[in-house]
Write a protein that binds this ligand. Structure first.
Ligand SMILES: [Zn+2]
Length: 319
């Protein structure tokens, strides 16, 4: 039996796609500014080596620019202050995070604000977790710290708390604390983080490099991440997560595809700080193509240092 030939027009073009009107009918834009969220890194001084890094007084202008470009969400990180072994500054009234949340919401009330909930910006040892005198992780103290941070962020106006240390039990603790404080409508978006060299510029800028050791025990091993990410996602959702963030996405697109196939919750793909130089080498057209691919691969939202550049480019091409 002979195969039915594929219809091809006289100039070798599939007739169903040849006409501009038909191509336009099918070719919906892969990427829009609404797919992008931006990291906002609030720092005390002028070390602004990454896009989205700003001192508090520059936050309104930056957030206003993002909102005008159609960016609808940001993730807020701050460089901590008053750091000690207990991360006390993280829950000090009116700390930099609280002021930043209020500033963003005061500037752009509709901007979805996700906040980093973690010890590493606030401990003097730069670790995400608190430790007992003998060096083991103090689970209860860490849960209490993360829970108190999440509630304070919610009180200041945050929409989603993002516990970033991958500590079993912490998502349940944060969810319960938010519920118990009347913030049932505040989301919890934990990390699925692979061990990588692609966190470097962020850790340098925010002072979150552990002073000794590393946090590899709290991250997925890349060689097993295709399977471990699925296990972790199930665990986080069982603990109360309503959305997830995968990072760094550039070296884990396969993991993103697998997560998408298994999970229905919103997935944020985080293009981390170490990807920035590579993205710059691609140029803005390459950035658009890369982020379009992440959306095709299953990301609902892409958290990226390239958000403003891409949104500006998309606005120009929309005309
Ligand atoms: Zn951390």
């Amino acid at each position: 039996m002979s195969q039915r030939p594929v219809p091809v027009g006289p100039d070798g073009v599939n007739p169903g796609r040849a006409r501009q009107a038909v191509r336009s009918l099918y070719a919906h834009p892969v990427l829009t500014a609404a797919d992008l969220t931006a990291p906002l890194l609030v720092v005390p001084d002028g070390q602004l080596c990454l896009p989205g890094a700003a001192t508090l007084d520059h936050v309104p202008a930056l957030v206003d620019r993002w909102a005008r470009l159609g960016i609808r969400g940001l993730k807020l990180f701050v460089r901590g202050h008053g750091r000690d072994a207990h991360g006390s500054g993280a829950t000090a009234p009116g700390n930099r995070m609280i002021r930043a949340i209020r500033t963003v919401k005061g500037t752009a009330p509709d901007m979805a604000v996700t906040t980093e909930v973690c010890g590493c910006s606030w401990t003097d040892h730069g670790q995400c977790v608190l430790r007992t005198a003998d060096g083991t992780i103090d689970l209860d103290a860490t849960y209490r710290l993360m829970s108190a941070m999440a509630v304070q962020h919610a009180e200041a106006g945050a929409d989603v708390a993002s516990p970033t240390a991958m500590l079993d039990g912490s998502i349940h603790a944060v969810r319960a604390a938010l519920d118990g404080s009347g913030f049932r409508d505040v989301g919890v978006n934990p990390n699925i983080a692979l061990h990588t060299g692609l966190y470097g510029p962020f850790k340098e800028l925010m002072g979150t490099n552990p002073q000794c050791g590393h946090r590899r025990g709290l991250q997925l091993e890349p060689g097993r991440a295709d399977r471990d990410a699925l296990i972790q996602a199930r665990r986080w959702i069982a603990e109360g997560a309503d959305s997830l963030t995968l990072q760094p996405v550039m070296t884990a697109v396969d993991v993103l595809v697998r997560l998408r196939a298994e999970q229905q919750v919103p997935l944020t793909a985080y293009s981390t700080s170490g990807e920035w130089d590579a993205l710059c080498a691609l140029g803005v057209e390459g950035m658009v193509e890369y982020h379009s691919m992440l959306k095709r691969a299953g990301a609902d939202v892409i958290l990226t240092f390239a958000a403003e550049k891409i949104a500006a480019r998309l606005e120009v091409s929309r005309g």
